[in-house]
Design a protein around this ligand. Structure first.
Ligand code: FAD
Ligand code: SF4
Length: 472
């Protein structure tokens, strides 16, 4: 049988998935690694269909069929080099991209046969190449004497730095946190992305010449004007950190928390830089209700289960089909014992004692919803069903309604125009250049809260544009 029909003999197979009991006992990534044979076999399922929809759908347009072929042929280092041509953080995207909505969703085989396991192969290529000693080859790069300041060591900032040092431009990355990665380190929990992956990437970037200045907040520890003066260009990859709280009454009650402080506290505790006894993380035996239905909500419910909550319930105002997060993460949460209540809109957060006050949370009052007519974007609005109000008992309530950017005042003071919702506005000049020609921006602070892979795309393209401006 010709290789084009291998998918008929070889079903889609992910690397090993930890049994639920093992998952819940720790923080390990739940998916393992392919062996060389497994990676080659799964790669050989690619039809090489001539019009690679997967490549088009991937936001960084990875050369997917090409690196799948190199894996089949055992040419690991060439595959790693090719993977890095389009993606400065392939081992991260291979782990956390919602592949079911991106590359794998558009694989020709995702039509009953099972899509090629693109994300798992991408992760295999880079993890194994690093393990075998492969590193990006910058031996031919000549120093240009130019230097760029990058604010934010999240995926956008790191991708920008990668592209700049490959062009001989010094990249200085400043971050207020004690470790690089942005939300890769402090938001996304280790069961999706172990922090050793970021530590390895930090070593690789440092070996390429990227300079990190951590525990350094621009606007507090260093004035933005100093960066403007001392560097040839600035890239702002500062993310989106204003949490939406839904405006619910009772959100100030004890036991109610926003998603990000909760996840950051847990990330810091696991990294050893936080409070091991942080009261935010004391969920043992408690009933936790998480409000929201995106990736952040899924991370909160799965973290709560691991912290020993007695029960974890996720209430979401639309139905399952309309959840914005990855299908895979919803399934993982269900497997780990999370209860989902779809079509439930929160109305208020109630105190434990009926006389109210600023006491302890006791319940979330919800109303059932049904989906109405689709809006201009085709998304159906949730309408409430009169008379269907009820209460969900809760000792802890986590609000995971999303984020929006809150750009620092120094951006506007330096002539950077903003959109009315706080996102940084890009100018008409080079890609990712703002209205101040020396300042570029990308990732969540331009798009609003989005994805790792889109932040990687923006950082990559901004880095290329800055190099074009400085080296012409
Ligand atoms: P960030 O990752 O937020 O990085 C910004 C960095 O800038 C931070 O390190 C911050 O400390 C620093 N910074 C800000 N201001 C300053 C300053 N003044 N001085 C110095 N440093 C500063 N996406 C996925 O694709 N898959 C997922 O599974 C996924 N899960 C997620 C889970 C959670 C809980 C959250 C919150 C998001 C998740 N996302 C996921 C979204 C994804 O993490 C973000 O879209 C992505 O990290 C944005 O990258 P960024 O570089 O723009 O910003
Ligand atoms: Fe798929 Fe993301 Fe990798 Fe692109 S970067 S191939 S979307 S996993």
């Amino acid at each position: 049988m010709s290789k084009h029909f291998q998918f008929l003999d070889l079903p889609r197979k992910m690397p090993r998935e930890l049994p639920v009991a093992v998952r819940l006992a720790g923080w390990q990534e739940i998916y393992g690694q392919f062996e060389q044979t497994g990676a080659a076999e799964q790669s050989a399922r690619c039809l090489d269909c001539g019009n690679p929809y997967c490549e088009w759908k991937c936001p960084v347009h990875n050369y997917i069929p090409n690196w799948l072929k190199l894996v089949q042929e055992g040419r690991l280092f060439e595959a790693a080099t090719l993977a890095h041509e389009t993606n400065p953080l392939p081992e991260v995207c291979g782990r956390v991209c919602p592949q079911d909505r991106l590359c794998e969703g558009d694989c020709t085989l995702n039509d009953g046969f099972g899509a090629v396991t693109i994300g798992a192969v991408e992760k295999y290529i880079v993890d194994e190449a690093f393990r075998a000693g492969w590193r990006p080859d910058l031996s031919a790069v000549k120093k240009t004497g130019k230097r760029v300041a990058i604010i934010g060591a999240g995926p956008a900032g790191l991708s920008c730095a990668d592209r700049l040092v490959r062009r001989g431009i010094e990249a200085h990355v400043f971050d207020r946190y004690e470790e690089i990665g942005g939300l890769l380190t402090f938001g996304i929990p280790p069961f999706k992305l172990e922090k050793e992956v970021i530590a390895t990437r930090r070593q690789v970037l440092e070996s390429m010449g990227v300079l990190f200045h951590l525990n350094t907040e621009i606007g507090r520890d260093i004035a933005f004007a100093d960066l403007q003066r001392d560097y040839d260009a600035v890239f702002a990859g500062t993310g989106a950190y204003t949490s939406l709280d839904g405006g619910l009454t009772g959100r100030d009650l004890q036991g109610v928390t926003l998603a990000l402080p909760f996840l950051i506290a847990n990330a810091r505790r696991l990294l050893g830089s936080g409070d091991a006894n942080d009261p935010l993380l004391d969920l043992k035996g408690k009933r936790v209700v998480v409000l929201g239905g995106g990736d952040t909500a899924m991370d909160c419910v799965r973290t709560s289960v691991r912290l020993g909550a007695a029960s974890v319930t996720c209430a979401y105002r639309r139905d399952e089909a309309n959840m914005p997060g990855s299908r895979r993460e919803v399934k993982n949460a269900k497997d780990e014992g999370v209860e989902f209540l779809f079509n439930r809109q929160p109305l208020s957060i109630r105190p434990r004692n009926s006389n109210g006050g600023s006491g302890q949370v006791g319940a979330v009052s919800v109303v059932e919803t049904r989906l109405g007519a689709p809006d201009a974007n085709g998304r159906q609005a949730a309408e409430t069903v009169p008379g269907s109000e009820s209460e969900l008992a809760a000792d802890i309530v986590i609000l995971a309604f999303g984020f929006r950017p809150s750009p620092a005042s120094w951006l506007a003071e330096h002539g950077v125009a903003l959109e009315s919702d706080g996102r940084i506005k890009l100018g008409p000049g080079l890609p990712y250049q703002t209205s101040n020609p020396k300042i570029f921006a990308g990732g969540d602070n331009v798009r609003g809260a989005d994805l790792v892979v889109t932040a990687v795309h923006d950082g990559r393209e901004a880095g290329n544009a800055i190099a074009r401006m400085l080296l012409r």
